[in-house]
Design a protein around this ligand. Structure first.
Ligand code: ADP
Ligand code: MG
Length: 587
């Protein structure tokens, strides 16, 4: 049989290959920024529209492309960066495969204007789906401007595969950070839908990190440095006090190229051993300078793994470099290591006047008004697994007064009367109370927050600021009065009554990280995630005794919630015992 096999038309082959290199708008951004860096640009301007779906435009002031090379640049395997296989072992540029522009041009409408300093005029080249549709001379500045429009216009499947704009924008920012951090001698200006998203002037590495991650990070960097025959290592680790469960920056660069390396990451984790609370992650920016013949960069362009010849030696070197730095800065495990700050919040915030003067925004706010007209939506929160029989029984509990209350050990309140008694898990009860208060607040749009005498500024990363903008409304409804001051700074002017002053910073930054982690934050689910998160962080611990007044208040508040059997995390809040069943046990 013959005639079954045929060569794919070039255009189709390009589209398939493009899928490997260009998976999403962020991949285009990566490739174009890398090209500009390779072209020795010192200033890059990026314009993004609709998270890169409709436009990604990059203007650089690099060496430009000669008119006769313009079309060639868009052909597969056309590159100015290597000439032979031998060049591969000394490749210092980001690109060398000559694939990116060909791939991008096959799945988008591309307009490139470029001029070298040796030419009077620049050249404009328009390509659509891989076909050149226009080429002409044009007045232009030295450098290259490339606009990629309507990405995936001819591959709808891939377009549909993209995530929300917010997510895609995050991916883009991630790529930009990976390139901007090791190249602090290049200025980056990033605009999204005409708004400035990032402004990174030329400066030191510390300055760059501050501009991306906020000033809090800058003041908590410990420098690391070592020089051996295998590699030169330098960079920063974050002080252990800044460790977080998630979202801490973790960056490895080899010869200014971002890489991932689980094995070397482990070296860092082990250097931090004993210094971080359980499950917390350190933050780091580690730069390796390694002779190009000792690493294999000929990896797939979308992959970030790099093979080192002497990785087994590198592991202990990295570990001891970091240990040394932590040692110099005399960072030793804190004495009260097991004391989780989130557990030390007293339950009694209502009577707490630690932050005078308290100026309630809504002096007529009454939590009981809401409780009286529990709306239907709120009723729906009672979990389905509570049977109607149980419901009845529980309503009975509510109506019974429990005059006697005591704790035998921390965490559990015993309440009883002549015929029965219940045991309440204080932390879960408090979680339920806080959760319900927050849900009521976001539904009724009533704000109850205390104004701070001195507004508090919180340093954020650019990504956290983006998340903040998205959640502005809900956060205000919960009681965090705030405004965004810059791309890395927010100001808090008021906080909910149940949030202690000293926790505001921690709570907001953790919350933003959590939101960045959740994909579904734009919907109603976002409010619930937020209320759950805050109730978990702010609820009283089970490690402490409550005084009598606190116990009473907690029990009363619990029974004014429409749901008091299950916590927001679907865990039992209370257990009931009948006197009769107790008597039976003694028979
Ligand atoms: P690679 O970067 O692997 O060489 P690309 O497809 O990304 O492949 O680019 C092809 C060629 O086009 C590059 O080798 C370079 O000569 C030229 N080029 C691309 N972008 C620019 C730019 N911004 N400035 C100057 N030259 C560029
Ligand atoms: Mg390239």
């Amino acid at each position: 049989m013959s005639g079954l096999i045929s060569r794919l038309p070039q255009q189709v082959a390009n589209q398939i290959a493009a899928g490997e290199v260009i998976q999403r708008p962020a991949s285009v951004v990566k490739e174009l920024v890398e090209n500009a860096i390779d072209a020795q640009a010192t200033h890059l301007q990026l314009f993004i529209r609709d998270a890169g779906r409709s436009l990604i435009k990059i203007i650089d002031n690099g060496i430009g492309i000669a008119p006769e090379d313009m079309e060639l640049a868009f052909q597969r395997h056309a590159t100015s960066k290597i000439k032979s296989i031998a060049d591969l072992i000394k490749v210092a540029t980001k690109g060398f495969r000559g694939e990116a522009l060909a791939s991008i041009a096959s799945i988008a409408q591309v307009e490139m204007i470029s001029k070298t300093q040796n030419h009077q005029l620049g050249t404009l080249l328009c390509i659509e789906g891989g076909e050149v549709i226009k080429k002409e001379f044009i007045a232009a500045e030295n450098g290259t401007s490339i606009a990629v429009k309507n990405l995936f216009f001819n591959t709808p499947v891939r377009r549909n595969f993209l995530k929300s704009n917010h997510r895609e924008q995050q991916y883009i920012l991630d790529e930009i950070y990976r390139l901007a951090i090791p190249h602090c001698n290049i200025r980056f200006d990033v605009f999204e839908n005409r708004q400035e998203l990032l402004h990174l002037p030329i400066g030191t590495l510390k300055f760059r990190l501050r501009n991306i991650f906020g000033s809090k990070l800058k003041d908590n960097l410990l420098d690391i440095q070592s020089e051996t025959q295998i590699a030169q290592i330098n960079g920063y680790v974050l002080k252990p006090s800044l460790s977080k469960k998630r979202g801490n920056p973790q960056y490895f660069f080899v010869n200014k190229r971002y890489i991932k390396h689980p094995y070397l990451r482990h070296a860092i984790l082990s250097a931090f051993e004993g210094l971080l609370p359980e499950k917390n992650q350190p933050g780091y920016f580690v730069f390796f300078e390694i002779p190009t013949n000792k690493i294999d960069v000929n990896i797939h362009p979308t992959k970030t793994e790099v093979k080192f010849e002497e990785v087994d030696h590198l592991y202990p070197i990295l570990r001891s470099t970091i240990k040394h730095s932590l040692g110099i800065h005399q960072i030793t495990p804190p004495m009260d290591f097991n004391q989780n700050p989130e557990f030390s919040a007293p339950y009694f915030h209502k009577d707490n006047t630690a932050v005078p003067p308290i100026v309630p925004i809504d002096p007529h706010y009454s939590p009981f008004k809401d409780t009286e007209n529990k709306n239907a939506d709120f009723q729906n929160r009672i979990p389905n697994n509570v049977s109607s029989h149980q419901r009845e029984e529980l309503n009975l509990i509510e109506s019974i007064a429990y005059p006697k209350m005591f704790q035998l050990f921390p965490g559990y309140i015993f309440c009883g009367n002549e015929s029965s008694f219940i045991i309440i898990n204080q932390r879960r009860a408090h979680q339920r109370i806080l959760f319900d208060q927050m849900c009521r607040r976001t539904q009724s749009k009533k704000i109850s927050s205390q104004l701070l005498i001195f507004p508090m500024t919180i340093s954020l990363s650019v990504q956290q600021t983006q998340a903040l903008k998205q959640m502005h409304q809900t956060l205000s409804e919960i009681g965090f009065q705030h405004q965004v001051i810059s791309n890395t700074l927010m100001e808090v002017t008021g906080a909910p009554v149940f949030c202690p002053m000293e926790k505001i910073n921690f709570i907001i930054t953790e919350l933003l990280d959590k939101i960045l982690d959740e994909a579904s934050h734009q919907s109603q689910g976002g409010k619930e995630i937020m209320a759950k998160f805050l109730s978990k962080k702010l609820a009283v611990s089970n490690n402490r005794f409550l005084d009598e007044k606190e116990q009473k208040e907690l029990v009363n508040d619990l029974f004014s919630c429409s749901e008091y059997v299950m916590s927001p995390f679907n865990k039992k809040i209370l257990i009931r015992f009948e006197k009769d069943s107790l008597i039976n046990k003694f028979e």
